[in-house]
Design a protein around this ligand. Structure first.
Ligand code: FAD
Ligand code: PYC
Length: 414
């Protein structure tokens, strides 16, 4: 054991520094209140302080930091989307992710693995080709690959899928596709925001938002009323609760999404593999666990219960693709809430209530957007004007029929 670690273990003279302060009470008033201590809310707080010098900010979290989707996702980061608006947005996030461990002085275990989206039919190969062309046009490393290439990179995979599914005929390959340590992203942004003066209040629930004459006047919380003229809602799967409080209508529907991890194995799967036809994706974490999931539970529900049916069906599909996994044990499973939009793109920016800003519609795709959503929402709140990168994601696009269709690029088939 290293000497320094031993010193920490046995001596009271070297207490572990706390990640961030635990403020004892709420102030009467803040310049900005951020609802939700997930990655998005904390990143927005960090960039408000860093880029705009706004530090009289409170992040209010009803549970614990990262206890929502941020600590429940499968940590895939990529920018191989289908629309130019989507590609530009997620690519900015990927760029920020690349330098984030250094910037926040916190090891986020960001690991570039290469991301395969498998095609099992000529039709899905066509979608992959379309994505590859859009991606390449915008300077993203992304290309169509054939069976020989896939076999070379993924020798353990059965391209015939055990004869139970249509064979794999090609794939979209995105070399910069990466994974990261999801909850560390929340902690690192929290620490960065705290160091710059932002207050983070856990176990503090927002129970109502006070609106007077169409403008935000404050928030009611489980610990009392706070005055503020700017509220950022960054609550992902709970967004419909918040929008009901202020009377803003959105097309969001909430579905559970489940995942499981296996016992840890020696490293053998370098890449991230997604099959829309098999409704599954899998990667191997730095701890050796296989992290895997499927498509959404097919019903609207605000519940984070997981089911045996999910593990049974996903395991079967996984073994079709990787027969050796038949002997591997499942370690744990869980579910999270996904605020789904009709076009599989987020809803970000201003709302009809002055001073009420939305960072929502993160569905199954929001972890990778954590840095860019923080950066662009901080700009939007500070300037009271949408950042150019999020203009396409405005709430009123549904009235203007200007959807940003990303269904064909959103993780597994839904
Ligand atoms: P959250 O992390 O959910 O944070 C919202 C917070 O708000 C919560 O902590 C909640 O407690 C708090 N809150 C709610 N209401 C209130 C209130 N009234 N007062 C105070 N606090 C409140 N995305 C990817 O990009 N890649 C993936 O690989 C991926 N995999 C996923 C796998 C699963 C199983 C799931 C469920 C999701 C996955 N996602 C993925 C999506 C991703 O997890 C989310 O989009 C993302 O985490 C949203 O982050 P957030 O900070 O906006 O919200
Ligand atoms: O957005 O890449 C993604 C993803 C994978 C699994 C869930 N979301």
């Amino acid at each position: 054991m290293p000497h320094r670690l031993l010193k920490f273990a046995v001596s009271k003279d070297y207490p572990e520094a706390r990640m961030f302060r635990e403020p004892s009470r709420l102030k009467d008033e803040y310049d900005v209140v951020i609802i939700g201590g997930g990655g998005h809310g904390l990143a927005a707080a960090y960039y408000l302080a860093l880029n705009h010098g706004i530090t009289n900010v409170a992040v209010l979290e009803k549970g614990y930091l990262g206890g929502g989707g941020t600590g429940r996702n499968t940590a895939i980061v990529r920018s191989n989307y289908l629309t130019s608006d989507g590609v530009r947005f997620y690519e900015r996030s990927r760029e920020l992710f690349q330098g984030l461990s250094r910037e926040l002085d916190f090891n986020l275990f960001y690991s570039e693995r290469g991301h395969f989206t498998l095609a099992h039919s000529p039709a899905s190969l066509n979608t992959m080709r379309w994505r590859a062309e859009v991606n390449k046009h915008l300077g993203i490393d992304s290309e169509l690959v054939d069976r020989a290439f896939i076999e070379k990179c993924l020798p353990e995979m059965d391209l015939e899928c055990g004869g139970h599914q249509a064979p794999i005929c090609g794939a979209l390959f995105h070399p910069p596709g990466a994974i990261a340590r999801h909850d560390a992203v929340a902690w690192a942004y929290a620490r960065g925001a705290d160091h710059r003066g932002v207050e983070i209040h856990q176990k503090t629930e927002v129970t109502d938002v006070e609106v007077r004459d169409g403008e935000v006047a404050g928030v009611h919380t489980s610990k009392g009323f706070i005055k503020t003229r700017k509220v950022l809602s960054a609550v992902a799967g709970w967004t419909t609760h918040l929008t009901q409080m202020v009377g803003v209508q959105t097309p969001l529907v909430i579905h559970p999404l489940q995942a499981f991890v296996t016992e840890p194995l020696k490293p053998w799967l370098d890449h991230i593999v997604v099959s829309a036809s098999l409704h599954l994706y899998v990667s191997q974490s730095s701890r050796g666990e296989l992290v895997t999931g499927a498509s959404l539970d097919p019903y609207e529900l605000i519940s984070m219960r997981s089911s045996l049916e999910f593990v049974e069906s996903l395991s079967g599909q996984l073994v079709d693709l990787f027969p050796r996994l038949g002997m591997v044990h499942v370690l744990r499973q869980w579910a999270g809430l996904c605020d789904m939009t009709p076009d599989f793109s987020p809803i970000m920016g201003l709302t009809p209530i002055r001073g009420f800003y939305l960072d929502s519609g993160w569905g199954t795709w929001g972890f990778k957007a954590t840095p860019v959503s923080g950066e662009t929402m901080a700009h939007t709140v500070a300037e009271d004007h949408p950042h150019p990168l999020i203009e396409p994601f405005a709430l009123d696009r549904f009235e203007r029929f200007q959807l940003v269709g990303e269904k064909g690029a959103a993780s597994v088939g839904h």
